[in-house]
Design a protein around this ligand. Structure first.
Ligand code: AMP
Ligand code: ZN
Ligand code: FE
Ligand code: FE
Length: 297
């Protein structure tokens, strides 16, 4: 059983439609794939239809932009994977609407900064890159910069302009992490912190933070991810064991938008996946919400 629980389609900042992504998962030899676009469930229906046709098992999920402020003055952007929540749960919809508005609202601000750096780029350029994506992200601005010939690829755009601390970077709204953990549970879903110690280089949330989050309903951590070194994976695995969290592994596939993140490059242990599904069933029952089922071939 090959299980990949974190992928993106063109509905956010991947480069394939949800149906293409599901077919690519099958071709890559995956048995189970989760679609986890940033801050939206808009790709679910198309993915479900493709999964039924293709015969791959599909988990409906999303990757929610949150902020963790432990109270020591530090602030951390944390991505929270939410599996099988009721996407119509009003408080969840309300938060996601704010996040999506923040994504859209920062585009003109970032473009203003780019123009201040002498780069001629318009909102139409970004709209052409993002197409009908529900969640606009910096990768779309990066793609526009590639099309304009300003940079060669997405990574270069982040390194020179768009990454945190780079000259065109503008922050945006993110939901408080602990609030979102609670909302996902109330929506009958299972929450898993994505790449907890990824790009930022900081080891937060740490074990004590995660213990508090687990009390609030956090169920898992993504251990095997390309942004984690072998040492980081070992450290996270020890924490996962101590706290009884589900431990996942996944590609964080973005089509051609991210190199070295091929489908199935990391996978989730079938026993961990089974635990995740048990927790989802329990969360669904406890919430009383109409949650989506796993789509089985
Ligand atoms: P945003 O959602 O607008 O905050 O942009 C974050 C997205 O950009 C995530 O999906 C990341 O995978 C992607 N990303 C972040 N840093 C880089 C980078 N250096 N190169 C390419 N993609 C990146
Ligand atoms: Zn992304
Ligand atoms: Fe992420
Ligand atoms: Fe992701």
């Amino acid at each position: 059983m090959r299980i990949d629980l974190h992928t993106h389609s063109r509905v956010s900042d991947g480069t394939e439609s949800p149906a293409e992504l599901v077919r690519a998962a099958r071709s890559a030899g995956l048995d189970v794939v989760a679609l986890t676009d940033h801050d939206t469930a808009d790709g679910w229906d198309e993915a479900v239809a493709a999964a039924r046709e293709t015969g791959v098992e599909l988990v409906r999920g999303m990757e929610i932009s949150t902020r963790y402020e432990p109270g020591d003055g530090s602030s951390h952007n944390v991505h929270l994977l939410a599996y099988l929540p009721d996407p119509s749960y009003p408080p969840l919809v309300e938060e996601l609407t704010k996040v999506l508005a923040g994504r859209q609202g920062r585009v003109p601000l970032m473009l203003e900064r780019l123009r201040g750096l002498g780069i001629s780029i318009s909102e139409a350029d970004v709209a052409a890159a993002s197409g009908d994506a529900a969640a606009t992200g910096r990768p779309h601005i990066a793609d526009a910069l590639v099309t304009l010939g300003v940079v060669g690829h997405r990574d270069e755009a982040f390194d020179r302009y768009l990454g945190a601390g780079r000259p065109a970077y503008v922050d945006r709204y993110a939901a408080p992490l602990i609030t979102m953990v609670r909302l996902v549970a109330e929506a009958g879903g299972v929450s898993v912190v994505a790449h907890p110690w990824g790009r930022s280089g900081r080891q937060r949330p740490d074990e004590a933070d995660l213990a508090v989050l687990a009390e609030a309903g956090l169920r898992g951590i993504e251990v095997d991810h390309q942004d984690h070194t072998p040492q980081t994976r070992d450290a996270l695995r020890a924490i996962g064991r101590n706290l009884g969290l589900v431990m996942t592994g996944s590609s964080d596939y973005h089509g051609t938008g991210k190199t070295d993140h091929d489908l199935g490059c990391n996978t989730t242990d079938p026993e961990e996946y089974a635990r995740l599904l048990e927790l989802a069933a329990a969360a669904s029952q406890h919430s009383g919400r109409a949650t989506p089922e796993v789509v089985r071939p």
